[in-house]
Write a protein that binds this ligand. Sequence first.
Ligand code: IMP
Length: 185
Amino acid sequence: MKLKVVTHNPGKVREYQEALGEYGIEMEHVNREYAEVQTSYLEEVVDRGLKALSAEGLDDFIIDDSGLFVDALKGFPGVYSAYGQKTIGNGGILRLMEGEEDRAAVFKCCIGCRIGGESVIVTGKCPGVILHSARGDGGFGYDPIFSPDGEHSFAEIPLEEKNVISHRGVALRMLVDELRGRGFI
Ligand code: IMP
């Protein structure tokens, strides 16, 4: 079976291939935009994306949307995480958090899959804290300022370890369970 991954990010296609390849699913990269609605909920972005793409006649595809939700910032940058990273960056988030005692945050990854005319939407979460300064050279995006255990940042944790606990790793395992439960794999 082939599943298209609609994204500009080839790294995501590799992650899906790694997770779903063992079930005989081959991923195909579809490098294009789809309408992203303005809302506070990743699930709504993904649901509307699934509907818009299937209305165009696309089937058997995956889309996803992730973000970092910071409690003290009322969920910001959340669904605007890509924009937040491009504009204020990690330094800007750390400045907004200066003097803030409540450091709680959660990474979320919402995956939507349209397969055999059915829709599956799952959301994986990874709770943690915003550190007081950036740490580590690995990873990408908000990894240096987010810590799942209050000690090490995601940028200091080996990728294999990050994949076990990360929002994307959790969401991928939920997707596999859901596809298996529905008899697609
Ligand atoms: P996307 O929807 O997966 O492209 O993610 C939106 C933004 O959230 C990205 O531009 C990243 O800045 C950030 N992000 C998503 N996942 C991660 C992660 O695992 N580590 C660090 N930043 C992430």
